[in-house]
Design a binder for this molecule. Structure first.
Ligand code: NAP
Length: 281
């Protein structure tokens, strides 16, 4: 079965739009430079905000901006009570430290969930922090698709701070829709195919086109493809060989229309949480 992330994402957006009615959450978005891909991502995020009733403010800054000046802009928004969430579009120019920038964001406005305080809260299972949008979107996708996670062996290939590590931290929590047994694999893992074949739920977050082949998947497994890559023919493809693997997987996410729309839906959810967590109840 193909999991329709776009449809599920739209359903979540509709639910959020209802909860937002009568409220005015504001997301501040900072874009540095003119990277075309970043511009497209920012545009998509702002469009999604508008669709559910979140106001977004864009601050476009030149590529040449000094780190200290970028931090000053962030601190200004940290102090501004009319800005509820802050999103910095990555990547930043090489002369700016992403670590320093993430640390400058007020953790209570850090809707991407990258600040060390929020990373710590996720690890500790404290619910008042922000979970990064892609892992949260994957968990939500599994829940909405009625795929049980409790007690299952989840194998995640990729250990980035953006996807793999926070997803592992999320799915091992002693909580509903978690309680998984998680294996976190990476480029140094030995016998990778043996690991992936042992998965009930296989998550590919590698950044390598069609890396996961049919032989690496146990028949009946659930396959979640996080990857967004350009194929040789300039098409968008995932980290999974979709055509082969869909024949044996019980459920599989396509690329596009899989995890991507869920990431955006969770950004909206986190922004509403930053505005007022009671609105989510
Ligand atoms: P990343 O920071 O480059 O991390 C890639 C991970 O894959 C690393 O942990 C790396 O291992 C591992 N890896 C690379 N080659 C491998 C191999 N041959 N065998 C096993 N593991 C290998 O990437 P990322 O930011 O997590 O993103 C991964 C993919 O997801 C990208 O295509 C990205 O565009 C996409 N993405 C999609 C969304 C979405 O919303 N759909 C969101 C975020 C990212 P090492 O740590 O050992 O180097």
């Amino acid at each position: 079965m193909i999991i329709d992330g776009k449809k599920i994402g739209e359903e979540i957006q509709a639910e959020l739009a209802q909860k937002i009615r009568g409220h005015t959450p504001v997301l501040g978005v900072i874009l540095v430079g003119a990277n075309p891909a970043s511009q497209i991502y920012v545009q998509a995020k702002r469009k999604a905000c508008a669709a559910v009733g979140i106001e977004s403010k864009l601050l476009s800054l030149p590529n040449s901006i000094a780190e200290i000046n970028l931090i000053e802009h962030i601190e200004q928004w940290n102090r501004d009570p009319s800005i509820h969430g802050i999103l910095i579009q990555f990547p930043l120019p090489p002369h700016i430290s992403e670590t320093a920038i993430v640390r400058a964001i007020d953790p209570t406005k850090d809707v991407d969930g990258f600040h060390p305080i929020n990373v710590g809260k996720l690890l500790l299972g404290q619910e008042d922090g922000f979970v990064p949008c892609t892992p949260l979107g994957i968990q939500c996708l599994l829940e909405k698709s009625h795929i049980p996670v409790m007690g299952k062996h989840v194998v995640i290939v990729g250990r980035s701070n953006l996807v793999g590590k926070p997803l592992a931290a999320l799915l091992v929590q002693k909580k509903p829709h978690c309680n998984a047994t998680v294996t976190l694999a990476h480029s140094q893992s030995e016998n990778l195919a043996d690991l992936t074949r042992s998965a009930d739920i296989l998550v590919a977050a590698i950044g390598s086109p069609q890396f996961i082949t049919r032989e690496m998947v146990r028949p009946g497994a659930v396959v979640i493809d996080v990857g967004i890559n350009r194929s040789l023919g300039n098409q968008i493809v995932g980290d999974v060989d979709f055509e082969q693997v869909k024949e044996i997987a019980s459920h599989i996410t396509p690329v596009p229309r899989g995890v991507g729309p869920m990431t955006i839906a969770m950004l909206l959810r986190n922004t509403l949480k930053a505005y007022d967590p009671h609105c989510l109840l």
